[in-house]
Design a protein around this ligand. Structure first.
Ligand code: ACM
Length: 264
């Protein structure tokens, strides 16, 4: 299976422009599973609820319609961060869109900074999404990286690959080794698709650091790029490698756990 992550700079508040950019990127990649950044259809640095509401959409909105079309046409699964409207609530969400039209949505559990005044916290936990016998996929968004429970829960539920759409503002020297550890400690593949560029709001400026990466269950970087890179990172993987949790005849990182000794 070929997996890919996109690193690019969305145009703030311009969903049409972003969908057109994303459509051309998606037409140019050869992969089975692609991961796009957090809030890739809208940008991130919202001033207020009205700005966010103007770009939020439900699962039948233009963004997911486009992703469904492209997923079917290109025969690939697309994980894409977007602002999901559900009634009065708006979630920082990531949709997984399959070629046959199925859509599964993860709603960000751990909200970061000002997201707390704009978004409703995710209410569905960390579900694992099964793609026939091809893949068991988990999704976490950006700041979820700081919570080992997120990746651990997905791994315990059988995820082989964790897609991690991101708008990371923390220094890559912090989150890169941590996401490598999330792969290593759970023996899963992780794909961090982090946007780059900056957004301005009055005299404030938010810088996103790119440096997207794909990591194997043994902690090897399969692909990593720098902050300024724009485009795809790809890697060929065998998802079943993530089912091998033993690293010696004596030790298996899941079987060796002692939940009765932990407070979680
Ligand atoms: C973040 O969670 N977007 C930093």
């Amino acid at each position: 299976m070929i997996i890919a992550a996109l690193q690019f700079q969305p145009a703030f508040l311009d969903v049409d422009a972003n969908l057109s950019t994303l459509a051309s990127y998606l037409e140019s990649v050869d992969a089975d599973l692609v991961v796009l950044p957090e809030l890739c259809t809208s940008g991130y640095f919202f001033r207020d609820a009205e700005q966010l509401a103007a770009v939020a959409e439900d699962a039948d909105g233009p963004s997911l319609r486009l992703f469904r079309e492209i997923a079917a046409e290109r025969n690939m699964a697309i994980v894409a961060g977007f602002a999901e409207r559900d009634g009065a609530a708006i979630y920082n969400a990531a949709a997984t869109v399959f070629p046959e039209g199925r859509v599964e949505i993860y709603r960000k559990v751990h909200l970061f900074a000002e997201e707390k005044r704009l978004f409703t916290p995710g209410d569905r936990g960390f579900p694992v999404i099964t793609w026939g016998d091809r893949l068991r996929l988990g999704v976490m968004i950006c700041y979820d990286w700081r919570f080992p429970e997120a990746a651990r829960t997905l791994a315990l539920r059988g995820a082989q690959v964790i897609a991690h759409p991101s708008n990371l503002v923390a220094a890559p020297r912090l989150w890169k080794p941590v996401m490598r550890t999330r792969s290593f400690e759970n023996k899963v593949f992780t794909i961090t698709a982090n946007r780059n560029g900056e957004e301005r709001r009055d005299d404030e400026r938010l810088v996103f650091h790119g440096c997207s990466q794909i990591v194997a269950p043994n902690g090897t970087f399969l692909e990593e790029v720098d902050e300024l890179y724009e485009g795809w990172l790809t890697a060929q993987i065998e998802p079943s490698k993530a089912d091998e949790k033993a690293f010696s005849p004596w030790n298996d990182i899941m079987a060796d756990r002692r939940p009765e000794a932990y407070e979680l």
